[in-house]
Design a protein around this ligand. Structure first.
Ligand code: SAM
Length: 329
């Protein structure tokens, strides 16, 4: 009988978020400090061979969807060859990527030829100055140009926008206006505590506040059907080509149908972003553990998974929150 990853609440985990690096060429304020980020030593990162082995292992356990993330995946040397390798795995039906939009035209072209056509780009502002203030990098034109190029090349593009008071509230409506003439999906996310610091305040701009703000501007918005295991609650403005969604990433209203498992670039395995690592697969591999032993350990970890992000967070309450770039966004 095929072994599957099923937790004690009956949820099957078939979606792996695979982080390939903790490094990033941006310094988004909600993710990491401007300076003094301690990236791990390169030998602590899972090698591409290890990542390939683990991808195979997860696909044997019923994972059929992988999102490549980081850090910024496209800053790791050799990423395109790795994507080429994993795209040959017949067990994986869909590979998607999350990027900050600094990938090169050649990387876009290669993604297309590998059939990787769904891409999430993080973009928090349509205003050059605010973009700079939030990312601490003056690369608005490049990122916006990348979004336009991806759409022109036929990619299915989603924009991820972390909404925060005092930062980019005035960008919400312009982002929705962008969906008028482009087949984009813009997703507004609540800010989460994964900023690599010890301080975090409950976001005022939660999913309800975001929705109310949008509804005030667009009283005729339409509710769309949401994806079965999706995290975003989706809408569109009648007559607009694209759509938008709100992700209650801090309020965690979607845990009941969560099908995700996360592997950090250093091998930490998490069944919830808010929880502690359950094991380190890099260490297990490097200690010479047999793949079957590793599979059984993962199955046991998944079986013991917490009910939701609040229960998972209770296990880590006292430790400082890591950067999302380290956890794998
Ligand atoms: N470098 C890629 C990118 O920029 O999309 C992938 C990694 S990034 C950590 C993945 C996602 O996490 C981005 O959409 C980013 O906005 C989001 N993110 C990072 N820190 C966050 C936080 N504290 N709260 C909410 N979202 C966060």
């Amino acid at each position: 009988m095929k072994k599957l990853l099923i937790d004690r609440y009956g949820r099957q985990l078939n979606y792996l978020r695979l982080s390939v690096t903790d490094r990033c060429n941006f310094r988004c304020y909600y993710c990491m400090p401007e300076e003094g980020v301690n990236f791990v030593d390169r030998k602590e990162l899972l090698s591409y061979e290890e990542l390939e082995e683990l991808t195979l292992l997860f696909s044997r356990l019923g994972v059929n969807k992988i999102r490549i993330t980081g850090g910024e995946p496209f800053v790791r040397k050799g990423i395109m060859s790795f994507l080429e390798q994993i795209s040959k795995n017949p067990g994986i039906d869909q590979i998607t990527v999350t990027s900050n939009g600094t990938l090169t035209p050649s990387q876009m072209h290669q993604l297309k030829s590998l059939g990787i056509l769904k891409i999430n780009i993080s973009m928090d502002s349509l205003d050059r100055q605010r973009f700079f203030d939030m990312t601490r990098r003056d690369r608005f034109d490049e990122v916006y140009g990348c979004v336009l190029e991806l759409m022109a090349a036929g990619f299915e593009v989603k924009l991820n926008c972390v909404v925060a008071d005092g930062q980019n509230i005035s960008d919400i409506v312009p982002f929705i206006e962008l969906t008028k003439n482009y087949p984009l999906s813009v997703r507004f996310l609540e800010e989460m505590p994964f900023n690599g610091k010890n301080t975090f305040e409950t976001p005022q701009w939660n999913h309800v506040a975001i929705f109310n703000h949008i509804e005030m501007h667009y009283p005729h918005l339409l509710k769309l059907r949401d994806e079965a295991n999706g995290t975003s609650v989706n809408y569109k403005i009648p007559g607009y080509q694209g759509s938008f969604g709100i992700i209650p990433s801090f309020s965690r209203t979607f845990c009941g149908t969560c099908n995700r498992i996360r592997l950090s670039a250093t091998g930490e395995l998490r069944t919830c972003l808010y929880g502690p690592p359950a094991t380190n697969l890099r260490d297990l591999i490097r200690s010479g553990a047999a793949m079957e032993t590793i599979e059984d350990e993962i199955i046991a970890i998944v079986a013991a998974r917490e009910k939701d992000g609040f229960a998972a967070e209770a296990l880590t309450k006292k430790s400082p929150k890591r950067s999302m770039s380290f956890l794998g966004g």
